[in-house]
Design a protein around this ligand. Structure first.
Ligand code: SF4
Length: 471
């Protein structure tokens, strides 16, 4: 039976409260293990011989319902699966879907290198971090083992991203493994026709593999049972991604059935990450833009339910950006507001005449305001007040942002208005206008109310800054 309370975890811990894990007590560590913000291995005493048995038992009892599978090695390794719930609001989804973009072995070398470089370097800054692509799927379109080996080698020369080796011909897969096995690539795929030969490769090279049985869950289950009997736990199941019509509905329902069987019905033989292949959109015969658009629709559908890893083709920004944003949104932990450190940030090179502006530490709010200020060339001090990740309007309504709180926040970081500025003025966000009197009382400073939308700060500044300026 799976463990899901800190007290149950505590029973297996050394119970010495030694603090090596960074927590004051073993019980506190237990709560972090339950919410997966810490790993069992962070309790180093638990790894000692005398606790080894308990560690192994606890690892078994804490294992996620859907197994985790790791592709690649080192800092670029991608782990997929790991979910415990059917619906995000029940806990959170773990291990966001791994996105692999394809290359193929009949591409001219210069094109292949250019595409790999694009995939490797593609990134989009979003609320304090970069959204990136994860893997490269190398497809054998030639059917020639030699060509495939050369293409895999060329990809490896240009990126350390994990690889998916794609062919239904075991000879071709073997050629790829001969050069890439050390990178622990994912094989795509074992089917009812080639499974024996692919199983031999999996055992020889010790790599994860996809089991592929389009629109046939019984065969998929049977393949999974066979590989499990061989001792393989690093499996990914692909029930097929039909791009259109009733068959798309069937694909979607197959994903639901597999996930329900893995989590709710305890069918361990299908409790593996699921692969979706949205690039089947290109089989519909549409033009390149329509196919790219439809691929994005499929990636969205299966990011929501329950694609753990995907192979994509389009590198158009209008396809990649929504795919990456939706994935990020679905896999953001709903229990933890996305926030930035609460402090006074310097935007540009502020001096004594620069404004001091207040916002909150909700990451989306902070980065929107910061970006509007920076792109308009407004040098200023920007306080990200600690509202526990709430935006301005909600924090004012809920009492997390008050005049006293803002005063305390400036004091907490020793922000001395008379030393830093020559104006003793604070600008409140428009959505916090009702705090103006409070803040004047708390700080004794002059308080101006800015616009509700940070995009309007530049024209507002023109009319209202420096303080005392008449409209
Ligand atoms: S390191 Fe282990 S034994 Fe020490 S306090 Fe943390 S959980 Fe307890």
């Amino acid at each position: 039976m799976k463990i899901n309370s800190p007290l149950e975890v505590y029973k297996y811990l050394p119970q010495t409260n030694c603090g090596d894990c960074g927590e004051a007590t073993c019980m506190a560590f237990g709560s972090h293990v339950i919410d997966r913000s810490l790993k069992l291995e962070d309790c180093t005493p638990l790894l000692e011989d005398k606790y080894k048995k308990k560690y192994l038992e606890l690892s078994e009892l804490m294992a996620p319902e859907i197994r985790e599978v790791t592709i690649g090695v080192g800092e670029y390794a991608v782990t997929v699966g790991g979910d415990d719930v059917m619906y995000r609001h029940q806990l959170t989804f773990f291990d966001q879907p791994g996105f692999a973009l394809d290359v193929w072995d009949t591409m001219p070398e210069a094109e292949l290198v250019e595409r790999v470089t694009f995939i490797r370097d593609f990134k989009k800054f979003y609320v304090g971090r970069f959204l990136k692509l994860d893997m490269i799927a190398v497809r054998s379109t030639s059917g020639d083992p030699g060509k495939f080996r050369d293409a895999v080698s060329k990809v490896m020369e240009n990126t350390e991203l994990p690889l998916i080796l794609c062919s239904l011909d075991p000879e071709v897969l073997k050629a790829g493994l001969e050069v890439a096995a050390e990178r622990r690539p994912l094989l795509y795929a074992a089917t009812k026709d080639n499974w024996q030969a692919v199983a031999d490769l999996v055992l020889e090279y010790d790599v994860p593999t996809v089991l592929f049985a389009p629109d046939d869950l019984d065969t998929l289950k049977s393949l999974a049972s066979t590989f499990l009997e061989m001792g393989r736990q690093d499996l990914i199941l692909d029930p097929g991604t039909n791009p259109q019509g009733n068959m798309l509905r069937e694909s979607f329902e197959n994903f639901l059935k597999l996930r329900r069987a893995g989590i709710k019905e305890g069918q361990r033989e299908v409790a593996f990450p699921l692969m979706s292949v949205p690039m089947t959109a290109y089989l519909t015969g549409g033009d390149a833009v329509s196919s790219s658009y439809w691929e994005t629709v499929l990636a969205t559908v299966f990011s929501v339910r329950y694609g753990d890893i995907m192979i994509l083709h389009s590198i158009e920004p209008f396809a990649l950006l929504p795919e990456m944003h939706i994935r990020d949104t679905i896999y953001t932990d709903p229990r933890t507001p996305v926030k930035v450190d609460s402090k006074v940030y310097e935007v540009g090179s502020p001096g004594k005449d620069s404004p001091v502006i207040v916002t909150t530490n909700f990451a989306l709010t902070y980065y929107t305001v910061e970006s509007d200020l920076a792109s308009s060339g407004i040098d200023c001090y920007l306080l990200a007040a600690d509202t526990d990740g709430l935006g301005v309007e909600a924090a004012v309504a809920g009492g997390q942002l008050t005049g006293q709180k803002i005063n305390d926040e400036f004091k907490k970081v020793d922000f001395d208005f008379s030393e830093k500025t020559g104006h003793n003025t604070i600008i409140l966000p428009g959505l916090g206008a009702r705090l103006q009197g409070d803040l004047e009382d708390a700080t004794g400073l002059n308080v101006l109310v800015g616009p509700q939308d940070s995009g309007q700060i530049p024209p507002w500044m023109e009319k209202n800054w420096p303080p005392g300026k008449k409209e």
